[in-house]
Ligand binder design. Structure first.
Ligand SMILES: NC(=O)c1ccc[n+]([C@@H]2O[C@H](COP(=O)([O-])OP(=O)(O)OC[C@H]3O[C@@H](n4cnc5c(N)ncnc54)[C@H](O)[C@@H]3O)[C@@H](O)[C@H]2O)c1
Length: 436
């Protein structure tokens, strides 16, 4: 009573259960109908109901039994907070404080028995619904956190494997049957790298790919899992800030083509995402700054200064924000587009620079400046935290790249909305301000 579970369920109920079905299946509903048939869809739908269970419901053995098939989230709020929230209500079991506290204690053991996940607030509830687990030290518990009990292939880049690979191997124990390395950086996201990985993989359909590394590793290994044997489970264990707050969340996987980045890929929602913020301690300052660009973007969208939080909380809040958006719009048809704040300008600058003299993080920082200016908002946070410096690229080339990216229609993500028509001269002027 008073934990906030009704509010949490309403928020998740606001997540269309169709979207939860699509996320769980890793494909849009029309494709589930086409590939698997209506019966499979109905079955998934049957399993996808969000309910706020009354506080005393678990005292019934029949209810406890039926929870066996559900993801059960215990929203664990301390008794004083709960009492404060309900003491003046007309709830029949909240009229006497001593009795209320006795009930709370009595039920705790039952909650612990049925809970799959313990959440301390709304953000934890969203993360649990999205299958995202954030815990300092989680890498040491990978063996328990990778769902199922089938064999595991560990995929990593050589640098990350050298630093954190041993911890992952020890934690996976006997389930680890094979290990693979992808080349570092964007080289991982090539058809040649995946061709080699697919030919080396020995997993059967009951196997799981665990992707340990930054966004390049998780994007590539996730796509490898999406296509191998027509799709097997995968678990990203993101190690860079970019991957913990962005790349490893939301089920987008991809590789690059010579014609552009992320041109071949699949939506393939992970069986679980395991985030250990302690892994960030070995990250270089430059890589951290790359991630901060996405943290600032997420905080601006959420309207909260996530960048001021200590690492563990910063990662949890950014991950929860992105997870909520992706649960509501798993296939990027609608609201998810907001996550591209600043990215139209960033892509144009990167393309004009031939993906060489400017990093993605620097380009996003510049893009955020332009997006904020066009939104009529303050730019101080971006300037202070990310210190974007105008880049030396050809202006016409950048403009052409931007028009190509937008396919002619100048509709941008701004703080006011994710599909705002902006006059061409304003876009061109703001792009120009980003170029030295
Ligand atoms: N799928 C998505 O939704 C999504 C979202 C954002 C970005 N991305 C993709 O992510 C990629 C960029 O991710 P990235 O910046 O993590 O790149 P990355 O995977 O190349 O990692 C960056 C560097 O950091 C190193 N590193 C990673 N973790 C480390 C650690 N804990 N300690 C020390 N070094 C570590 C890596 O070895 C690498 O050299 C891009 O390809 C981008 O397209 C995807």
């Amino acid at each position: 009573m008073g934990s906030g579970k009704s509010r949490a369920a309403r928020a998740l109920g606001g997540v269309d259960t169709d979207n939860l079905v699509a996320s769980a299946a890793g494909k849009p509903i029309p494709e589930i109908f086409r590939d698997e048939g209506e019966a499979v869809f109905r079955n998934l739908e049957e399993q996808t109901v969000v309910a706020a269970l009354g506080g005393g419901a678990v005292t019934s053995p029949a209810v406890r039994d039926s929870l066996g098939n559900a993801l059960t989230i215990w929203l664990d709020v301390d008794v004083d907070t709960c009492w404060e929230r309900v003491r003046r209500s007309d709830r029949p079991l909240a009229q006497d404080e001593a009795e209320f506290r006795r009930l709370y204690e009595e039920r705790r053991a039952l909650y612990a028995e049925v809970a799959d996940v313990v959440a301390k607030d709304m953000h934890d509830v969203v993360l649990a619904a999205a299958g995202v687990h954030v815990e300092r030290g989680a890498i040491k518990r990978l063996g328990d956190l990778v769902p199922g009990n089938g064999p595991v292939a560990l995929v990593s880049d050589p640098h990350v494997a050298g630093i954190h690979g041993m911890d992952a191997q020890l934690a996976l124990g006997a389930r680890l049957t094979e290990m693979h390395e992808l080349p570092p950086g964007e080289e991982a996201k090539t058809l040649a790298a995946l061709d080699r990985l697919w030919q080396e993989l020995r997993l059967d359909r009951g196997g799981t790919i665990v992707a340990l590394g930054g966004g390049c590793t998780t994007d590539a290994a996730g796509f490898a899992a999406a296509a191998y044997l027509r799709g097997i489970d995968w678990v990203p264990v993101p190690t860079s800030l970019v991957a913990q707050v962005d790349a490893a969340i939301g089920g987008k996987t991809a590789i690059d083509l010579p014609q552009g980045k992320n041109l071949v890929g699949a939506f393939h929602w992970p069986a679980r995402t395991v985030i250990d913020p302690a892994l960030l301690e070995t990250l270089s300052e430059a890589q951290r700054l790359e991630g901060m660009a996405e943290v600032v973007k997420t905080g601006l969208l959420a309207g909260e200064p996530f960048w001021e939080l200590p690492d563990d909380e910063l990662v949890r809040r950014c991950a929860a924000f992105k997870a909520a958006v992706c649960l509501r719009d798993p296939h990027d048809r609608d609201e998810r587009k907001m996550l591209n704040l600043g990215h139209t300008f960033a892509h144009a600058l990167e393309a004009a620079a031939g993906y060489e003299s400017v990093t993605h993080g620097q380009a996003v920082a510049l893009g955020l400046l332009a997006a904020l200016r066009l939104s009529g908002a303050e730019t101080a946070v971006v300037e202070e935290l990310l210190q974007p410096k105008p880049v030396r690229v050809d202006r016409d080339r950048a403009w052409e790249a931007l028009l190509r990216d937008k396919k002619g229609a100048l509709r941008l993500v701004l703080l006011q909305g994710y599909d705002v028509a902006v006059p061409e001269e304003d876009v061109r002027r703001e792009l120009g301000r980003l170029i030295a």
